[in-house]
Design a protein around this ligand. Structure first.
Ligand code: GLA
Length: 727
């Protein structure tokens, strides 16, 4: 039993290695006491605040020995004297902003809770604790949900605010998490970026300034990922306390941390309050997105592996979550908009010969789209361009031995489209103003059922018209000029969130209507690579940047929260279309192995030698598939430390430690290069191993503590795989 309640006052959540404790005081306030290493049962309520200590300018409840400005409140609220970052701010029907949540009841449920209309981790092996608080003055209830996956040290949280008064209340801020850490000096690691440069690792000290990552773009965005690690100032891959905070949400978000005036560190996370307001009608409720927490006292490696397993087994869904995914070829970088059916079939024919299994027709097959000015919203086939029906094209591709996949951008619309001409009000636009264009397109108001139904029906028609086994769901701009014709003036602040709820509803409908289709999420590459999207689509196009060297940083940053299985990774041509870099084909292959591996090029233009190399790669990728996709993942050498090592390196290890695969990628070749050894992780220290079938035997402990010699290739960006097998 992961959840225990003592005398109705102390709530303890135990996972395999961690413990989370809360406590209800005499007035019914729910305080956080502890989150960290498992320490067996003990009453840690004394850690919630220092008794009999109230600092100047920290207001206190009348006659009480504490101030909310100094306590660890499990649900921190604005307006009660807590002047730090808080999670909740509401306006009562009378205009007051006061809110005093106190204990009302609790429940322990078998299995993991789900959230209506929102993505969430799921599974019968999970457990649920619900603590309900109630405002002292009004019938407003706060249901605090805790989900526990003991094996992965994962604790999830969500808040349902229920209005049982007979009047409307309004939320100005409704975050999912308040986390007060024990005293310490902490860093925050976050993953920033841009289009084609997603999830760049950055680490900063949490100081008395607020450290905030956020998005106000209507998508989680390329710029910041809704995942951070808060860790000891000296924590690293193998050592130290680290807390992962990941939002299971794809829209506007905020994660903020601050060290307060008493040097305590608080972290809050949830929907970005900027541009957010939500009215809750009587007898209605509001549900915050879920936040997923993992604590590790063995540094980031352990923390990442907990997320990886939980995402693989208890977030991703459907037929493909654990099945081997097909090796695909996508025509985007190979042809862009310039193709017809014959061209695609020729590509498929060559691809089939070297072992590719799925052909994906990207953007440009619908309406009269030959560039990015037109036709989004017109999801009907351009039969002139495809030289016939879609069914016919798919039959031709299938006849070459390949399955068929197709691209959609369901959330957007071009002004030059039938849909726009018929329904100009379907997209976001502010009356009397000219909207901002982005890639010449506008965004559909997905908060409206009518709009979603239209897109759903169009997509269903296409998907039923041919033998389609894969869909790439793209989203190539961000939201602005928000105005929804269906919402009254006072509810316009709900659009960002309602948009996300609408997208999730449409995704749920489409993915459940087509359970045999593999869905890949995309937003100009990795502009929406988050735990929310992974609930609907088990893989994400990681970045439009497919240069193997840039990918080292992109995939490195992505790997902190997201498993290899979720990262779309393709081999493309050189010079790379984005940065003109030339890299060995073997390196492009090796880097893409640690993702979904596919091709994104015009295969008909490859030399025979290149095709042979890719053929070899596909065989090798399949040979290592299970090890790579289900093994424990270790970041060995960071791509950010070229002065410390000439290589970037990472490793996957089979759960039973019998086998590992290390990949190294060297930076630019240099003169007079000293040889280097590399230490691996995760092996059995007492067992012997061979590397790439060599005759030498190495003790696991030796490989982990002493390392092995790396082979040096006098070529820029050379890469090697080292297959380590137990004897
Ligand atoms: C986005 C995607 C690309 C491709 C294009 C098509 O940029 O990330 O992979 O699908 O759209 O327009």
């Amino acid at each position: 039993m992961a959840i225990t309640v003592n005398e109705g006052k102390i709530f303890t959540i135990n996972t395999k290695n961690t413990m989370y404790q809360m406590y209800v005081n005499e007035e019914g306030v729910l305080f956080h006491s502890y989150y960290g290493a498992k320490i067996g049962y003990s009453d840690l309520s004394y850690l919630s605040y220092k008794r009999n200590w109230i600092a100047a300018f920290s207001p206190n409840p009348r006659g009480k020995d504490y101030s909310h400005n100094q306590t660890k409140d499990e649900l921190s609220v604005f307006g009660n004297g807590d002047f730090r970052l808080t999670a909740l701010s509401l306006v009562n029907h009378d205009g007051t902003t006061a809110c005093e949540p106190v204990y009302y009841s609790h429940q322990i449920l078998n299995g993991k809770y789900s959230l209506e209309g929102l993505p969430a981790f799921y599974g019968d092996e999970g457990e649920t604790l619900v603590i309900t608080l109630k405002d002292k003055a009004y019938d407003i209830y706060f249901h605090m949900y805790y989900g526990v996956f003991s094996e992965y040290d994962l604790i999830t949280k969500a808040l349902v605010i229920e209005n049982k008064t007979d009047k409307q209340i309004k939320l100005n801020k409704a975050l999912s998490l308040t986390l007060d850490l024990s005293k310490g000096t902490y860093d925050i690691i976050h993953f920033h970026g841009a289009h084609a440069r997603e999830r760049m690792y950055e680490r900063t000290r949490i100081t008395h300034l607020k450290s905030t990552v956020s998005s106000n773009r209507g998508a989680s965005s390329h710029l910041q990922n809704p995942f951070v690690i808060v860790c000891d100032k000296d924590a690293n891959e193998e050592h130290g306390n680290a807390y992962g905070v990941g939002l299971v949400y794809s829209g506007n978000f905020v994660i903020s941390a601050e060290r307060d005036q008493y040097d305590l560190t608080r972290v809050v996370a949830g929907i970005n309050p900027e541009g957010f307001e939500f009215t809750i009608e009587p007898n209605d409720s509001f549900t915050t997105p879920e936040v997923a927490l993992v604590y590790s006292n063995e540094g980031f490696g352990k923390l990442s592996n907990c997320y990886h397993k939980a995402v693989r087994n208890n977030l991703c869904r459907g037929k493909f979550k654990n099945a081997r995914r097909p090796v695909l070829i996508n025509n985007w970088e190979g042809t862009y908009f310039d193709f017809n059916a014959d061209k695609l079939v020729n590509m498929a024919r060559d691809a089939s010969k070297i072992g590719v299994e799925l052909f994906v027709m990207d953007d440009g097959w619908f309406g009269h789209r030959d560039d990015d000015f037109t036709s989004l919203g017109d999801w009907f086939v351009n039969e002139e361009k495809l030289q016939g029906t879609l069914e016919n094209l798919v039959k031709r591709i299938n006849a070459e031995g390949l399955d068929f996949g197709i691209w959609f951008e369901p959330e957007c619309i071009s002004e030059d489209s039938v849909l726009y001409r018929e329904h100009p009000d379907y997209c976001f636009k502010i009356p009397n103003r000219d909207p901002q264009m982005s890639r010449n397109q506008l965004v559909l108001d997905m908060s409206r059922k009518e709009v979603r139904d239209n897109i759903y029906n169009q997509m269903v028609k296409v998907l039923n018209s041919a033998n389609i086994t894969y869909v790439k769901w793209d989203f190539n701009r961000n939201l602005c000029d928000l105005y929804s014709v269906e919402l009254p003036r006072e509810r316009q602040g709900e659009i960002y969130h309602r948009y996300m709820l609408g997208v999730y509803e449409l995704l749920e409908r489409i993915t459940s209507s087509f359970p045999d289709i593999l869905f890949e999420s995309c937003s100009g590459g990795g502009g929406r690579f988050d735990l929310g999207m992974l609930y609907y689509m088990p893989q994400v196009w990681t970045s439009d940047n497919s240069d193997a060297i840039d990918r080292l940083k992109i995939q490195y940053g992505t790997s902190f929260a997201y498993p290899v299985r979720t990262m779309g990774a393709h081999v493309s041509v050189c010079p790379n279309h984005g940065n003109a870099r030339v890299t060995p084909l073997s390196t492009r292959g090796n880097v893409a192995y640690f993702g979904t591996y596919g091709l994104e090029l015009d295969i008909t233009k490859m030399t025979e030698e290149e095709k042979e190399e890719v053929k070899r790669q596909i065989v090798e990728f399949k040979q290592y598939y299970d090890l790579i996709q289900y093994g424990d993942y270790y970041r060995l050498l960071s791509p950010y430390t070229p002065d410390e090592s000439r290589y970037c390196a990472w490793e996957v290890v089979k759960e039973d430690k019998s086998e590992a695969l290390v990949c190294t990628v060297a930076y630019e070749a240099k003169c007079t290069v000293p040889p280097e050894t590399l230490k691996v992780r995760g092996l059995d220290p007492d067992k012997f191993y061979r590397i790439n079938g060599s005759s030498e035997a190495y003790l696991g402990g030796a490989l982990m503590n002493g390392g092995f010699w790396l082979d040096y290739d006098h070529v820029s960006y050379a890469s090697r795989l080292y297959h380590i097998t137990q004897i």
